[in-house]
Design a protein around this ligand. Sequence first.
Ligand code: NBP
Length: 474
Amino acid sequence: GTADIGVVGLAVMGANLARNLAHHGHEVALFNRTQARTDRLVEEHGHEGRFVPSSDLAGFAASLSRPRKVIVMVKAGEATDLTLEAVAEHLDEGDVLVDGGNAHYLDTQRRERSYKRKGVHFVGAGISGGEEGALNGPSIMPGGSAEAYAVLGPLLEDISAKVEGEPCCTHIGPDGAGHFVKMVHNGIEYADMQAHRRGLRPAAHGRAAGRPHRRGLPRLERGRPRLVPHRDHRPGAAAGRRRHRAAAGRRDRRRRRAEGHRPLDRAGSPSSLGVPVNAIAEAVFARSTSGHTTVREAARGVLRGPGGGQVDDVDRLVDDVRQALWASKVVAYAQGLDHIRAASDANGWGVDVAEVARIWRGGCIIRARLLERIRRAWAEHGPATLLAVPDVADDLARAQDGWRRTVATAVGTGVPVPAFAASLAYYDTVRRDRLPAALVQGLRDFFGAHTYERTDRPGSFHTDWSGDRTEHPA
Ligand code: NBP
């Protein structure tokens, strides 16, 4: 065969990747389980480049030049396993099989081991940027062997986004490294969106009903300002609420389809690595709470909020929220990078964080200017935490008053701001010498004789709490 690369799975992501490859002059073999999708792609976009459609996998494999390179872009989970196995039956030693979907990195590790036995290079590639990115240039996070990257990398770099002429694609590391980094990317994206979505919205009293909720910074309206929570929570707009719920349900379903993996949906990621990712976790939990409609409906009419909720200085609040958004984003990045470092150490992946920051600068959804600062800091010295990078720490110090006022105002007015509050708690936790954990150790010794250590001498101790309260070495 003559095709440079093949794509299996021609729903929105696969079709757009195939078109992107064709736009860059590559000949692209096509296969989809339901042939109508293949036909539609060729009918609508066949003139954009060189496509070779096949109606079965044998024909598809025969149409590819060797070593074959195949990107599978189907629904994450069982569909991916079934499809990979079906494709692999037609591959030979040295061919490269790519899963470009949102697989969990443990699945990717398992698949990599199993295909290695057949001599097929398996690549788990995180692809970020949604359908737009897939068509015009995504950020691509491939994991797998160096040999596989040597064959596949140039093609992926070719179709990836470019920032200052550099491709937003790099070899992340072996086996599951690429999908792990993509998972953290999605976690940061959640935390960032959560912070924006829950950004406080000061609005004029009585004039807020029915106004569309704008993403991003709060909208300012003059009048007697007060804080209103997310439109969904306001009384007296039942129809609007229903419409909003239906739309949110649709959005959620769409997102669930798009996001095969959730950052925390399986034990084994942050918890087993011992990395505190509370800001990211809160963002994920906030999503499940918002989808938890039975509980929300039961609670809505029963749980009362605070009486007041006046905000005196709206301009200041808007600026405060801006500070809180920025600081929360920094904490989400700090936790995400810490998580990548821990997973890389535990798995021996050797992930280069500066490179990760570099390829996230374009194509994907989180593209922050902060990434350039991260790239520089890690290229220079690889700090233990982003929060301690001197210029970042200075900016956080400047942002903190507004960040604190935002959380305090939100708490006082009954507006949930989980991402702001969790990130602030993390900031305050890591900057202290001594933590309330000492009290918890004491309580554990009291209730369960679990013993404790002391700051002033070595060893373990137990206090006879219910007796004469003497302390003994344990
Ligand atoms: P979907 O996740 O909606 O999957 C649809 C594709 O999977 C179709 O080609 C469908 O074939 C195929 N498929 C299914 Br479903 N079950 C199959 C099976 N048992 N055997 C063979 N094929 C099967 O497509 P998508 O939204 O394009 O996403 C593709 C991947 O990319 C997913 O893993 C997703 O998580 C990931 N991703 C998506 C986005 C995004 O923004 N959408 C972003 C980044 C990553 P059919 O036509 O025969 O039904």
